[in-house]
Design a protein around this ligand. Structure first.
Ligand code: PEP
Ligand code: MN
Length: 387
């Protein structure tokens, strides 16, 4: 059964405001075709946002609305906690020519020109989103989220041993795949439902929140019942039906960049999750396919500061799948912390030589504490502490 959409929140975030453009029935009357799904994002028309100053008077908002109306654009007034934003949909040039910046109470005029909207930082004054996940803060610039654990749950003993090692080493969350997408479709696919029970036990014993992948919509209920963060793997980044299901689970979603996906495509996929009502999407750069074959994938570290400029969502780095070789994982992790990532998701195993999946890239559990200390020191240079 596919879960119902999560309830809207009371606080009016930037994403919620933009969403209203699509949800507004008068927008539909004005001939604006909502994108697919309930909360269409008016992707098919250009939008300009007029952001009012905090404390702007109702009369000033009304004056802007009236002036906009003279150009024939569709106007949506969106009061927020601190400021009111006014969306003007259609004819962006006409809106720019109105010179609204000079009107009383107007702070700025922002064209929303990107193909992604809910994920965009254009409206948020570059304020980073910050989520509380089972007591851990992700995003917001003060914490560094260190997610660690085995690639795959192989047995209770293996998972509990690794879970305890990463907890003791200072990890923020435990990762572990129950349902596995593999490079070869014929490789081990994970223990499935039995693995979810083991992950639940690991959370009980260590207190670590669980990050695990949703591979197929038919597993949604079972995965949603155990996961504190629902991972969407690289191979499913553009599986839009699955993204909708993930967005309705009421859990934060960790969205991994596709092997050959551009950053615009990653943010459009994030929009597709966000439109389902969740506000908690975490992005992950995990390496892309290039001509280079020396590393398993090419870690696109430039993606991190680029994403920080263009989205308010937290950005993690997965050095394990990018490297394919544990000897590269620590230096790549240090680089990720230094370049401003909000965290890392890293593979750890108590016996990597005998791991059923991704052993060569998994850190030894006994090395984890030293590794975590080094990463925490780099994150600390940017004023962040482990979440
Ligand atoms: C994983 O994190 O377990 C995984 C399979 O990663 P990716 O989807 O990035 O290949
Ligand atoms: Mn793996």
């Amino acid at each position: 059964m596919i879960p119902r959409p999560v309830e809207r929140r009371r606080t009016v975030s930037v994403a919620a405001r933009i969403r209203r453009i699509g949800a507004d029935p008068t927008a539909r009357d004005a001939g604006l075709r909502p994108a697919e799904g309930r909360r269409g994002l008016a992707y098919d028309r250009a939008t300009v946002m007029i952001v009012m100053q905090p404390g702007a008077q109702d009369s000033e908002v009304e004056a802007v609305r009236e002036r906009l109306a003279t150009t024939g654009v569709h106007v949506v007034v969106m009061p927020g906690e601190l400021t009111t934003a006014i969306g003007a949909i259609g004819d962006p040039q006409g809106v720019v020519e109105l010179g609204l910046e000079g009107m009383a109470g107007v702070d700025r005029v922002v064209p929303i020109s990107r193909p992604y909207k809910l994920a965009s930082s254009e409206l948020s004054d570059n304020a980073a989103s910050r989520f509380e996940i089972a007591g851990r803060t992700v995003g917001g610039g003060e914490t560094f989220c260190l997610i660690a654990g085995p690639c795959t749950v192989e047995s209770a003993e293996q998972t509990l041993t690794v879970a305890e090692a990463v907890r003791a080493g200072g990890a923020s969350m435990l990762r572990g795949g129950a349902f596995k997408p593999r490079t070869s479709p014929f490789a081990f696919k994970g223990m499935g439902a039995a693995a979810l029970e083991i992950l639940a036990q690991a959370r009980e014993e260590t207190g670590l929140p669980i990050v695990t992948e949703l591979l197929d919509a038919s597993h949604a209920e079972a995965v949603g019942a155990v996961a504190d963060v629902v991972q969407i793997g690289a191979r499913n980044m553009q599986n839009y039906a699955l993204l909708e299901v993930a967005g309705r689970l009421g859990k934060p979603v960790l969205l991994k960049r596709g092997l050959s996906s551009s950053l615009d495509e990653l943010l459009m996929a994030a929009d597709y999750v966000l439109k389902e009502g969740t506000e908690e999407v975490i992005l992950c750069e995990r390496g892309i396919r290039t001509f280079e074959t020396a590393t398993r994938f090419t870690l696109d570290l430039g993606a991190v500061p680029w994403l920080k400029l263009h989205t308010h969502l937290p950005v993690l780095v997965d050095p394990s799948h990018a490297a394919g070789d544990r000897r590269l994982v620590e230096p790549m992790s240090r680089a990720a912390a230094a370049i401003g990532a909000d965290g890392i998701i890293v593979e750890v195993h108590q016996d990597p030589e005998h791991a059923r999946c991704d052993g060569p890239q998994s850190l030894h559990a006994t090395d984890f504490a030293g590794y975590a200390q080094g990463i925490a020191a780099h994150a600390g240079l940017l004023g962040k502490r482990l979440a």
